[in-house]
Write a protein that binds this ligand. Structure first.
Ligand code: GLC
Ligand code: CA
Length: 516
C-alpha cells in the first residue's frame, strides 16, 4: 500500500478510557500516570498500540468529547508533560499511542465559541455555524435560539453543550447564513484542527482516532466536502509525519478510506454490518441472534457479505478496524457468554485490518446498567473501572474511598480480574494473549494479508484462509459440525477437532487455526 506506515500491519490496539483505567494518585479517577504504570501489562497481553479517549481540558458534559482546550491535558488526568512522558514510555516498550481528535464540535465553554457568540464581529465569528437571526429555526437543523448575545442561533453537532464547528456547507441551500465549504471564511476552522494535530504529533503522539469524522461539512450527502478536508490532513501526515495514522469513526470504509484518505475506518455495530451480525444482533424476543451465539445458527454468508465487499474495495488503500466494543456500546459480554466470546476473539484477531480491543474485554468485564455519568446515559455501564485484583481495595483500581470513585467497580463476587486471570491457566485473558502473540508471529494473520473464504455453510461452519497457508475454521454452534478439509499443523485450538479421513469433525464451539 502506498504511504502506509509499516507498523500498522502488525498493530493490535487496546482502547483505554482514561477515567476508568488506573488511578495513579488515589483521587478516585484514572489518570495518565496510571496508564504509564500499566504499560507493561498492556505489552504482556500482546497489545502494541493504544487509543486513549479524549484527555483534554473539558467541562465533561460528554465525558471529554466536549473539548474546552485542545492544547491542554485535563488536570484530572495530569499535565501535558505527563502525556509526553506516556508517549516516551510507551515507545520504549514498542507501543504506539493514538489520541482522540474531536473536530466536529467543541464545548460551549471553549474560548473559540465564547468569542464566536459575541455581538461584534471578530476572527471567531464564522468558526461556528450561526443563523443570521436569533429567532430562526430552519427545518432539519439542531438549534438553540436566543442563547447568545449575538443575533443568531447556533447549530449543535451532538449534545446541547457541543456547538458544531463551521467547515461550511457542500450544498448551500440557504445562502443568507450558510457558507460554502470552499469559502475562505471557513478555512481557519480546519487549519485550527491541523494545528491541534501537529501540536500533539510534535510531542510524540502516533496519530488520532477521529471522532464523528464524517460530520464536518454540512449538506454533504456524498461526503465530497468532508473528504476534501481529510485529504488535506492526510497530505500533511504523508509529508511531515509519515509514521502517523488517522483512524475514523465513520463506519463506511469505502468512503472513509478511498475518498477521505483515512488509514483505517472503524467497523461499528451499525445495522447490517459485520460487527452487528457477529456480536450484537438480537431477535424480536430479545434473545441473541448473533453468529457467535451458540444457539443462533445464522448464516455466515449474511454476516460477511458487506464486509467482504468493503474489504475488496479498500484493499489497496487502507484497513478496516473491527472492534470488540467501545465506550459507546454495551460490552461484548452483554451479548455473548464466555465460551462464545472466546470464538469471537479468534475471529476478531484473525481478520485482516487493524483490530481494536476495548479495555477490560480481555478479562470479560461486564456491562453494569446504572445511573448516567457525564453524558454517558446507557453507555455508562460500559465505562466502569478496570478490574485489576480481586484481593485489593476497589479491585485495585484506586485506593480512594469507594464513594469517591469516578464510577463504582463491579462489586459482584465473581467480578473478573487481571491478577487472578494472569495467574491461572486457560482463562479468557490467556486465550487473548495467545491469539495476540500468534498474530504477531504469523505474517499471514496480519493486517494486509488477503482473506479468502474457503467454506461458509448456512448452518454455521466458517473456514477462511489468510495469506498462502494459514486457515481459520470456526464452528460456533452447540452441535458438532464437519469441516470439509483435513486440519494439519495446528497453531492454535479452542475446543476439539477430530480427523475423519479428508474431513474434520469440529466439536461444538470449536475454533482452530492451522497451516497447510
Ligand atoms: C462519538 C463518541 C461518543 C461521543 C460523540 C460525540 O460517537 O464515540 O462517545 O459522545 O462522538 O462527540
Ligand atoms: Ca487519579
Amino acid at each position: 500500500m502506498h504511504n502506509m506506515p509499516e507498523w500498522l500491519n502488525d498493530a493490535i490496539f487496546y482502547q483505554i478510557y482514561p477515567q476508568s483505567f488506573y488511578d495513579g494518585n488515589g483521587d478516585g479517577i484514572g489518570d495518565l500516570n496510571g496508564i504509564i504504570s500499566k504499560l507493561d501489562y498492556i505489552r504482556q497481553t500482546g497489545f502494541n498500540a493504544l487509543w486513549i479517549n479524549p484527555c483534554f481540558d473539558s467541562p465533561f458534559k460528554d465525558a471529554g468529547y466536549d473539548v474546552r482546550d485542545y492544547f491542554k491535558v485535563a488536570p484530572r488526568y495530569g499535565t501535558n508533560d505527563d502525556l509526553a512522558r506516556l508517549f516516551r514510555e510507551a515507545h520504549k516498550r514498542g507501543i504506539r499511542v493514538l489520541l482522540d481528535l474531536v473536530p466536529g464540535h467543541t464545548s460551549d465553554k471553549c474560548r473559540w465559541f465564547k468569542k464566536s457568540a459575541l455581538p461584534v464581529r471578530n476572527r471567531y465569528s464564522d468558526r461556528y455555524i450561526w443563523s443570521d437571526n436569533g429567532w430562526s429555526r430552519p427545518d432539519g437543523y439542531n438549534w438553540v435560539t436566543g442563547n447568545a448575545d449575538r443575533n443568531g442561533a447556533y447549530m449543535l453537532n451532538f449534545f446541547l453543550g457541543q456547538p458544531a464547528l463551521n467547515y461550511g456547507f457542500y450544498n448551500v441551500t440557504q445562502p443568507d447564513w450558510q457558507i460554502s465549504y470552499r469559502d475562505k471564511r471557513v478555512k481557519p476552522t480546519f487549519d485550527a484542527m491541523l494545528k491541534v494535530m501537529r501540536f500533539w504529533l510534535d510531542k510524540g503522539a502516533d496519530g488520532f482516532r477521529v471522532d464523528m469524522a464524517d460530520s464536518l461539512v454540512k449538506n454533504d450527502p456524498d461526503k465530497t466536502g468532508t473528504s476534501y478536508l481529510w485529504r488535506k490532513a492526510r497530505k500533511m501526515l504523508n509529508e511531515h509525519y509519515p509514521e502517523a495514522v488517522l483512524v475514523s469513526e465513520w463506519c463506511n470504509a469505502p468512503v472513509a478510506i478511498n475518498k477521505a484518505g483515512f488509514h483505517c475506518d472503524f467497523l461499528l455495530n451499525h445495522g447490517n454490518k459485520l460487527t452487528d451480525h457477529a456480536f450484537y444482533r438480537r431477535n424480536q424476543e430479545g434473545a441473541s441472534a448473533a453468529y457467535f451465539c451458540k444457539t443462533a445458527h445464522i448464516s455466515a454468508t449474511a454476516m460477511l457479505s458487506t464486509y467482504l465487499r468493503e474489504l475488496e474495495q479498500t484493499r489497496d488503500n487502507g484497513y478496516i478496524s473491527v472492534v470488540s466494543g467501545n465506550h459507546d456500546v454495551e460490552r461484548l459480554s452483554y451479548f455473548l457468554d464466555e465460551s462464545e466470546r472466546r470464538l469471537a476473539f479468534v475471529f476478531l484477531l484473525t481478520l485482516p485490518g487493524v483490530p481494536f480491543v476495548y479495555y477490560g474485554d480481555e478479562i470479560g468485564m461486564r456491562y453494569i446498567p446504572q445511573q448516567s455519568k457525564e453524558g454517558g446515559f446507557h453507555r455508562t455501564g460500559s465505562r466502569t473501572p478496570m478490574q485489576w485484583d480481586a484481593d485489593r481495595v476497589n479491585l485495585g483500581f484506586s485506593t480512594a474511598p469507594a464513594d469517591k470513585l469516578y464510577l463504582d467497580v463491579d462489586r459482584r463476587q465473581d467480578a473478573p480480574c487481571v491478577a487472578q486471570q494472569t495467574a491461572s491457566e486457560d482463562t479468557l485473558w490467556s486465550h487473548i494473549r495467545a491469539l495476540n502473540q500468534l498474530r504477531h508471529s504469523c505474517p499471514d494473520l496480519q493486517a494486509g494479508s488477503p482473506l479468502r473464504i474457503e467454506e461458509c455453510d448456512d448452518g454455521g461452519v466458517l473456514c477462511y484462509r489468510r495469506g498462502e497457508h494459514t486457515y481459520v475454521a470456526i464452528n460456533p454452534a452447540d452441535k458438532a459440525q464437519t469441516l470439509n478439509r483435513a486440519v494439519t499443523n495446528v497453531l492454535y485450538i479452542s475446543g476439539k477437532a477430530t480427523a475423519r479421513g479428508n474431513v474434520t469433525e469440529l466439536a461444538p464451539q470449536t475454533a482452530v487455526i492451522f497451516q497447510n
